[in-house]
Design a protein around this ligand. Structure first.
Ligand code: ZN
Length: 483
C-alpha cells in the first residue's frame, strides 16, 4: 500500500512539472496515472486511511491544475451531475475491488469460492465500508429494484412514458452491480456536500438539464479560464465580495458598481442595477436570443426543403411490382411551420425593437421573439430569460403570466396563438421545459442537444466577460457573441 501511495505521489508530482495546460494534466491523471495503479487496487484491499491520503494528494493537484478555489468541495471534479465526472481514486478502488470480489465469488473453482467465502466471514466484523459489505448492499438494492420497481405494463401496452416499458427490466450482473456500488459512493458524497450550505445550492436546481462535459469539449470547447470560472461558479466559490468577506480577506462586501452591501455572484451576473442600466445583462440576453433566432431560421429552411421534396414525391404515382410489398410513404411533417410560406420572425433586442402587427393584437408588450403567419393564422411568442439558476422556475411563471392577456387577444382575433418560455441560466444551464419549444418547431434530438450546448457555452462566455469586468465602471458595449 505504501509503495502505491508513493508511486501515485511521484507520478502526480512529475505530471505537475510538465509545461502543459492544467486541463491536459487532468487528462493525463484520468487516462494515464489511474490505469497504471488500478492493478494494485485489484490485488490489495486498501484501507480507508490510505484511500484518504491518496485522495488528498489527487485533489490538491487537480484543484491546482483546474484553478479551483482551495476551500471548494472536491466532489465537483468527480460527480456526473454539475461536475466533470473524472474518476476519483475512491471510485477506481471500489470498482476494482468489486470486480475482484465478484470474480472470486463466481469462480468455477470450488476452492477459490470457499476461500472467498471464508474471507468474507472473517471480514464480517470489519468496518461497514469494506468491499463484501458494500457488494452485499448493492446486490440487495438491485434485488429489491428488480422485484418491486418494475413496469406493470404488458408487452402490448403502449401507454405511459416510453414505448418499451418492459425492456428496461433491472438485471443483476457484474456491470449493474458495479454501477450500483458507484452510485452508492456518489450518494455518500452528496450527503457530505449538503452540510456546506453555500456550496450545495446546485442540489436544488431540479429543472435544469445536466451539462455532460466530454473530454473533447473540456479541452477544446472552453478556455481554461472559462472552465475554472464555470467550476467555481457552480459551487459559489468565486472570489466575489461576499466570499472575500467570509474568507476574512476584506471587511465589507460592497458591490463596486452600485454599492449594494451584499454583493454575491448572483448580484454581479443578474441583478446589479448599474449593470442592468449599462446593458451588460441584456448583452448576454441578446447574444442568446440571436442564437435561438438563427437556429429557428435554419429549422424553417430545412422544413421548407423537406416539405418541397415530400410534395414532389406525392405527385408521382408509385407502381408496385407483383408480390412486392409497397414501401411506406414518409409522413408529412406536422410541426409548427405547416404549409404556410409567409412566416415572419421578429426579434426584440436592446438596439432594435419591433411592434406586434395590429391584426394579431394591439398591445405595447413585446415578447423577445414573435413568429407569425397571416395565411396560417398562427402566432407564437417566445420569451427568453437568463436569470440565476436558483430563480429559473419563478421567472418562468412570471413571464408566462405576463403574456396571458396578449394570448387571449390574439385568439380573439382568430389566431392560433402559443406562448413559450426559454430559460438559460447565468452559469449556462438550460431549463428542461425549454426543450419543448424546440420540439414544437420540429428540431430532432441531435439538433436539440446542439442548440442546448451552443446556448450554455455562450451563456458561460458572456457571464465570464461580465465577471471579469465586475470592477470597471465603464462598459464597452461589445458585439453580440454568436457561435
Ligand atoms: Zn451592484
Amino acid at each position: 500500500m505504501k509503495s502505491t501511495v508513493r508511486r501515485l505521489e511521484q507520478l502526480m508530482y512529475k505530471t505537475d512539472l510538465v509545461p502543459l495546460d492544467g486541463r491536459k494534466k487532468a487528462w493525463i491523471y484520468h487516462h494515464g496515472i489511474l490505469p497504471t495503479i488500478s492493478w494494485d487496487f485489484m490485488m490489495t484491499d486498501f484501507n480507508e486511511t490510505t484511500i484518504n491520503t491518496m485522495e488528498r494528494c489527487v485533489n490538491k493537484y487537480l484543484k491546482k491544475w483546474l484553478n479551483i478555489t482551495k476551500s471548494a468541495d472536491p466532489s465537483i471534479l468527480y460527480r456526473g451531475a454539475f461536475g466533470l465526472s473524472i474518476t476519483s481514486i475512491r471510485n477506481a478502488c471500489l470498482t476494482a475491488r468489486t470486480n475482484t470480489e465478484i470474480t472470486l465469488c463466481t469462480s468455477k473453482d470450488p476452492i477459490v469460492r470457499l476461500t472467498a467465502k471464508r474471507r468474507r466471514e472473517k471480514d464480517h466484523n470489519a468496518s461497514s465500508h469494506n468491499t463484501p459489505k458494500r457488494l452485499k448492499r448493492a446486490v440487495n438494492d438491485l434485488v429489491f429494484q428488480s422485484q418491486f420497481c418494475q413496469s406493470t405494463r404488458t408487452p402490448g401496452d403502449r401507454r405511459g412514458i416510453g414505448a418499451r416499458g418492459t425492456a428496461n427490466r433491472v438485471r443483476i450482473n457484474k456491470r449493474s452491480i458495479i454501477k450500483r456500488v458507484k452510485e452508492m459512493s456518489d450518494e455518500e458524497k452528496i450527503a457530505k456536500i449538503l452540510s456546506l450550505a453555500s456550496q450545495s445550492q446546485w442540489t436544488n436546481w431540479d429543472e435544469v438539464i445536466h451539462t455532460d462535459w466530454k473530454w473533447n469539449e473540456m479541452l477544446y470547447g472552453l478556455s481554461s479560464r472559462m472552465l475554472s470560472f464555470w467550476l467555481n461558479s457552480v459551487q459559489n466559490t468565486l472570489p466575489d465580495p461576499v466570499n472575500l468577506r467570509r474568507w476574512g480577506k476584506q471587511k465589507t462586501a460592497q458591490c463596486p458598481l452600485c454599492k449594494w452591501k451584499n454583493c454575491t455572484l448572483q448580484h454581479i451576473l443578474c441583478s446589479c442595477k448599474v449593470a442592468l442600466e449599462q446593458g451588460r445583462i441584456s448583452w448576454r440576453h441578446d447574444s442568446l436570443l440571436t442564437i435561438i433566432v438563427k437556429h429557428l431560421k435554419e429549422s424553417k429552411v430545412k422544413h421548407d426543403r423537406d416539405a418541397h421534396s415530400c410534395n414532389s414525391d406525392s405527385n408521382l404515382i408509385q407502381f408496385v411490382k407483383k408480390g412486392v410489398k409497397p414501401k411506406r410513404r414518409k409522413k408529412p411533417h406536422t410541426c409548427f411551420w405547416g404549409q404556410a410560406n409567409d412566416w415572419k420572425i421578429l426579434m426584440d433586442t436592446r438596439q432594435k425593437q419591433y411592434h406586434i402587427p395590429p391584426e394579431i393584437a394591439s398591445s405595447n408588450l413585446r415578447p423577445d421573439i414573435c413568429i407569425h403567419s397571416t395565411k396560417a393564422k398562427k402566432v407564437c411568442f417566445i420569451e427568453l430569460t437568463s436569470p440565476a439558476e436558483e430563480n429559473i422556475t419563478s421567472w418562468r411563471i412570471k413571464k408566462t403570466e405576463k403574456y396571458l392577456g396578449l394570448l387571449e387577444e390574439a385568439r380573439g382575433n382568430g389566431f392560433k396563438a402559443y406562448c413559450r418560455t426559454i430559460e438559460v441560466g447565468a452559469r449556462g444551464f438550460v431549463s428542461k421545459p425549454s426543450l419543448n419549444v424546440f420540439s414544437l418547431f420540429g428540431f430532432n434530438e441531435r439538433e436539440k442537444v446542439n442548440i442546448t450546448k451552443n446556448l450554455s457555452k455562450t451563456a458561460i462566455r458572456c457571464s465570464h466577460f461580465i465577471w471579469i469586468n465586475r470592477e470597471s465602471s465603464s462598459w464597452s458595449h461589445p458585439n453580440r457573441l454568436i457561435d
